[in-house]
Ligand binder design. Structure first.
Ligand code: 6GU
Length: 239
């Protein structure tokens, strides 16, 4: 998998060289390239923004540097196997299912906007050439797409086959099919008693059936309490 980042702050992506992602890059599973959008400007001030047509507050990212960057980084031929991600608070929700879909593609280009946003023709042009995803992390506003692109990267890359050490831990975590789309149950390890707080007795019983039932009941209870939107009223009736 090859990942490209287009941003006026490419330094945000330096962190991809450390931790888990660093290892995947070293192992040749993922290649990472961060680009400075200002490299595709031609004026002395390396201008990437202009005032909004129709008026209003703030600035909008000009289309020209994006177009030239696309030509050089991706090419000038249509190719639906190239996935272009525009992080935006106006995007579709980024979910585990979108992360799964992206984890099997060969090429993702992240376009990180700043200011009020990017000239919409850039997104329309990208849609005419490649497979575009306009995605939002949630109902809050970040100053730019960089932090969102990092979060999306981590969610996607850990699903790339061969990236995680233990595929079983992927099946059991929150939102996965193995959990029926429920939140994960609480976890404990030794010591059995810590600062007056004990590990639930059932988890020390060695009774696999009772443990599985306790975990499922806890998952359902937590999901109803915190994320009623994820509960499909008869989830407890399945299985
Ligand atoms: Cl993907 N981008 C920005 N700029 N803000 C956000 C977001 C994305 N998701 C939530 N807020």
């Amino acid at each position: 998998m090859r990942l490209d980042y287009l941003s006026i702050f490419p330094g945000y992506f330096d962190v991809l060289g450390i931790s888990l992602l660093g290892k995947a890059a070293v192992n040749g599973l993922v290649d990472v390239y961060a680009h400075d959008l200002r490299d595709w400007t031609h004026d002395r001030h390396r201008t990437v923004d202009d005032t909004p047509c129709g008026g209003g507050a703030g600035m909008v990212m000009k289309p020209d540097p994006w177009g030239e960057a696309f030509d050089e980084i991706i090419g000038t031929e249509p190719d639906p196997s190239v996935h272009v991600v525009f992080p935006s608070p106006s995007g579709e929700p980024f979910t585990q299912s979108v992360a799964h879909d992206l984890s099997s593609v060969e090429r993702i280009v992240f376009c990180c906007g700043r200011y009020e946003g990017i000239d919409h023709r850039v997104i329309d042009y990208a849609r005419s050439m490649w497979t575009v995803h306009e995605v939002s992390l949630g109902d809050y506003v970040l100053n730019g797409g960089e932090v969102a692109a990092l979060a999306i990267t981590e969610a996607v890359v850990r699903l790339v086959p061969g990236f995680m050490g233990n595929p079983q831990s992927l099946a059991e975590e929150s939102f996965s099919a193995g959990q029926d789309g429920l939140l994960e149950y609480p976890l404990f390890t030794r010591p059995v008693s810590w600062r007056g707080l004990d590990v639930p007795e059932v988890l020390m019983s060695g009774h696999h059936g009772r443990i599985a039932k306790w975990r499922r009941d806890e998952s359902i209870r937590l999901t109803r309490e915190r994320r009623p939107d994820l509960t499909d009223s008869d989830v407890s009736a399945r299985h």
